[in-house]
Design a protein around this ligand. Structure first.
Ligand code: TRP
Ligand code: ZN
Length: 892
């Protein structure tokens, strides 16, 4: 086995110790200057443990002064990342002055400059780049912040909390004083300064208090803020209605910044957002962008209670706030959809992400429990497991306890822990105590990694009209668990929602053996043993079981269905999620057979049963367009690769393309009809119903293009030219890129010219080209390489790097995994180049080769070589090194 030398320090959850010092109030004075910002802190310190030195975190700062009770401190020492004060009194006022250089900060952690303005990002450990501090989430204090800057350069000065005063100073400078009355950990600190404009609105919340809401952007973007403001107001209303939680500050601000490592950040009262999740109007943003903005605005706002008022004791507990807040934003978006079918569409999208990205993570070298036991770099643990699987774990409480029981648990959680830094166990205990339930076994969802496999065996006995279901669960060791020989994985507590569909397509009443009468038509079974059998009685006719309704647990369900049964469920299941699921199973089965055909060089023929089933869904006017579109989206290439013993991206792509073409030619007239009838008539609106119609229409266009028919090309060209919104324009351009239309090049050039001032749209322009399928032997890598030289391309802006590099390496599998290994060489070069600028972003890209051991031999060997080449660099950040060494560590 080959390993890279791994000198990084591993942090273990078991090593947690409470802080030896408590901080009272903190005063911060920040003298902003892009070249040299000087920060002075004043902290009330109380020693909790005798004879302990005070060890503060601090990085990349120039230390200028340290005083204790206003006298120069005597005994202190500094190294790369700490400042240690030896022999400190039991109580004292500590003051530290240090300088940092925002203009040179390309990591986008701590204080940095973007577009000439100042921003901060402190989660997880960025505050230590601003001042020396106990930069850990269980140290919570109140802050008063004085910002000083040149008034012309920085007319706007913002920080957390409430604005206390503003004043002009000599030499053209001015200051603003902000006070945050709520205790918070340092990772929630934020400041923003520069030339920004805002829209604002005053609303009255539940208690009758009036609140000022602002959305701050660069002046040119003011016309793209309305949707974010509407989303914020909707979020505030929703949290009051659904959870009884009110906004606690007088003022709530959202600020957009174009250089940002992630989506957005929930700093107390001063949320900072990637522009991608704020700016939208019909010309520049797609329906998906509008929906994402609503969801991310909600997410950050909901953190005000789940994350800020109650925070994490340590970073291992990250899912305490992230899993819970993702669950809340999912429920918010679902409620905003307005219909049962809309809710199902939202659920399908969330589960698709979970399966496509989280399941592979949970089976690969980075697999970790929702509450990890160790890490080298915490930034690498902002993962789909912590976020999305964490949200599924929270959803399971609601499934087990019911909506009311879940609400009781939430109420008790806030009653017990408001103002505290707590653990995932505290949350579970509140859920258990509020409902009188024992959730001890449920705790394994936090401690064991991997996707449990649940297999189902069923038997109908016509003689006694009984239906027997046997469920068996199994979860193999994954990732870091594999090397832990002592580990013996235990069964999970799995809620399995079930219905039995009768021959007429209607749900049968459910009566378990031993019950006096039937109870309902969907039941949640508690699977807690490795194997359990359930016997239903008085089942009048042989049913088709519908298991895991609404995806009641994040597991892989193994159940045998015939094609006819799947077509039946697709047509009749009362649970819309499982209707979709039946269609996906049918399509996956067909596709995997086609992949085998492709590998064997056999002709690729679309399965008639699948075509027929899809045809009836397409024209079923009782189904919402958005839901029909979901059913028509074939399983993704990466998902199919994961379902194979050995992944073969070229064969998967060939099979999926052939199926799309087969479906399109078989249903050409139906698709044309759908396209025509779902063209919008009135002005653009991003509401769910209109977006659903556009989605179905554009899906039809995408299929029609596969026929290569001149009429289809004409439709796409016309849609591109006449579009009055970005959803239609970008869908048309994507269709053209997937065709031989002579208008492709012209449309691409037009798109660039039209939107050259709109950074987020230019990101789309790069991304669409990076994700194009590559027609007639075209190597998309060549296009990507030449786009790297485009004057609008830069590695420094994470959105731009993601639009070109990540789109190619993670969203275009057939081209990225080209047989000659050119994709991997490109990947290696970009990981190294990015790492020198921004380790967090580089480490995300580094993960694109995570699953290398699963690929066909030539690809696998080439990936291995590329990983080793990265590992050989002596300059790697801790972030990238952890990813690469874990990937290589899994070599067989
Ligand atoms: N806490 C943020 C959220 O989920 C995300 C976040 C974590 C983040 N670390 C970050 C954002 C670093 C930007 C940079 O809402
Ligand atoms: Zn979050």
């Amino acid at each position: 086995m080959l390993r890279t030398e791994d000198t990084s320090v591993t942090v273990y959850r078991q090593d947690y110790t409470p802080p030896a010092f408590a901080f009272g109030h903190v005063d911060l004075l920040v003298e902003l200057d892009a070249e040299r910002t000087v920060v002075t802190s004043r902290i009330e310190v109380k020693r909790l443990v005798k004879d302990t030195p005070l060890i503060l975190h601090g990085e990349e700062q120039e230390l200028l002064a340290v005083t204790i009770n206003d006298e120069p401190a005597g005994h202190y020492s500094i190294d790369e990342d700490t400042l240690t004060l030896h022999e400190v009194p039991a109580r004292f006022t500590l003051s530290i002055t240090s300088a940092n250089r925002p203009s040179a900060n390309t990591s986008l952690m701590g204080l940095y400059v973007s577009g000439g303005n100042f921003f901060t990002q402190c989660e997880a450990e960025g505050f230590r780049k601003i001042t020396y501090f106990l930069d850990r989430p269980d140290v919570m204090t109140t802050y008063t912040v004085t910002l000083r800057a040149d008034k012309a350069q920085c007319p706007v000065l913002l920080a957390n909390g409430n604005l206390i005063s503003k004043a002009d100073l000599p030499d053209g400078r001015h200051e603003a004083v902000w006070d945050d009355p709520f205790k918070k950990p340092s990772y929630l600190f934020a400041l923003v300064a520069g030339r920004l404009s805002c829209i604002e609105e005053t609303i009255t919340t539940g208690s009758g208090a009036s609140k000022l809401l602002q959305v701050w952007v660069e002046p040119a973007d003011l016309d793209k803020t309305r949707h974010a403001m509407d989303s914020l107001i909707a979020s505030i209303r929703w949290d009051e209605a659904r959870f009884g939680l009110e906004l606690d500050l007088e003022r709530f601000m959202i600020v957009a910044v174009s250089d940002f490592n992630m989506g957005a950040m929930e700093n107390k009262g001063l949320n900072i957002f990637n522009t991608k999740y704020v700016l939208a109007n019909s010309e520049t943003a797609t329906d998906t962008d509008f929906a994402n903005i609503e969801s991310v605005v909600g997410h950050e706002y909901f953190h005000n209670w789940t994350g800020n008022r109650v925070t994490c004791r340590d970073w291992f507990q990250l899912s305490l706030k992230e899993g819970l807040t993702v669950f809340r934003d999912q429920e918010f978006s679902a409620d905003m959809m307005g219909t049962a079918s809309g809710r199902a569409v939202k659920r399908i999208e969330d589960v698709r992400l979970l399966r496509q990205v989280q399941f592979p993570e949970d089976a690969g070298p980075m697999a970790h429990p929702v509450r990890p036991d160790s890490y080298q770099e915490i930034n690498n643990f902002y993962t789909v497991t912590v976020y999305e699987k964490g949200a599924e774990v929270v959803r399971m409480y609601q499934t087990l306890l019911g909506r009311d029981g879940f609400r009781k648990g939430m109420d008790l959680y806030f009653k017990r822990h408001d103002g505290q830094a707590v653990t995932c166990d505290d949350f579970r205990q509140a859920m258990a105590d509020a409902n009188g339930r024992d959730l001890t076994q449920f705790g394994r969802w936090y401690s064991q990694a991997g996707t449990p496999e649940v297999s189902a065996l069923t038997r109908y006995n016509p003689a006694d009209k009984s239906f027997t279901l046997t469920l068996t669960q199994h979860c193999p060791k994954v990732g870091i668990e594999i090397s832990n020989e002592a580990l013996d994985k235990q069964p999970f507590h799995i809620p399995v929602a079930l219905g039995l569909v009768g021959p007429d397509g209607r749900d049968l009443p459910l009566q378990l053996d031993g019950e006096a009468a039937p109870q309902g038509t969907t039941r949640v079974l508690d699977l807690t043993e490795r194997t359990q059998t359930y016997r239903f009685i008085n089942v009048d006719a042989p049913p088709v079981p519908s298991l895991l309704r609404n995806f009641s647990a994040p597991v892989a369900l193994d159940i045998h269905y015939t094609d006819e049964e799947l077509a039946f469920l697709l047509a009749h299941d009362s649970d819309p999620f499982n209707r979709w699921e039946a269609g996906q199973r049918l399509a996956t089965r067909t596709l995997l057979a086609l992949v085998a055909d492709a590998q064997a060089g056999r002709p690729l023929v679309a399965d008639a049963k699948l075509v027929k089933a899809l045809g009836s869904v397409l024209t079923d006017e009782t189904l919402d367009p958005a839901f029909r579109e979901q059913i028509w989206i074939l399983p993704a290439e990466t998902y199919l690769g994961e379902r194979m013993g050995i992944a073969d991206p070229a064969a998967v792509h060939a099979a999926r393309q052939a199926l799309r073409q087969g479906i399109a030619s078989a249903l050409q007239s139906e698709l044309t009809d759908i396209y025509t009838r779902h063209r919008a008539t009135g002005p653009y609106s991003p509401d769910a119903a209109s977006a659903g119609r556009r989605a179905l229409k554009n899906l039809a266009l995408g299929y029609l293009i596969e026929t290569g028919d001149a009429k289809a090309l004409a439709l796409a060209e016309r849609q591109y030219a006449e579009a009055d919104n970005m959803t239609d324009r970008s869908a048309a351009l994507t269709a053209l890129l997937n065709s031989d239309s002579p208008a492709r090049g012209e449309a691409l050039a037009d798109f660039y010219m039209r939107f050259s001032d709109e950074a987020l749209v230019i990101d789309k322009w790069f991304a669409m080209q990076a994700m194009q399928p590559g027609r007639h032997g075209q190597h998309v890598i060549d296009t990507v390489q030449s786009l790297m030289q485009h004057h609008a391309f830069t590695l420094r802006n994470p959105n731009r790097a993601r639009s070109l590099i990540f789109s190619f390496c993670t969203a275009n599998p057939a081209q990225f995994h080209a047989a000659d290994g050119s994709g991997y060489t490109f990947w290696k070069n970009q990981v190294l180049a990015l790492d020198a600028i921004n380790p967090q972003v580089a480490a995300r890209l580094a993960r694109a080769l995570d699953r290398w051991t699963r690929f066909t031999i030539p690809l696998r060997d080439r990936m291995h070589a590329a990983l080793q080449q990265v590992a050989a660099s002596s300059m790697l950040s801790r972030d990238v090194r952890e990813i690469i060494s874990k990937s290589l560590g899994q070599a067989g």
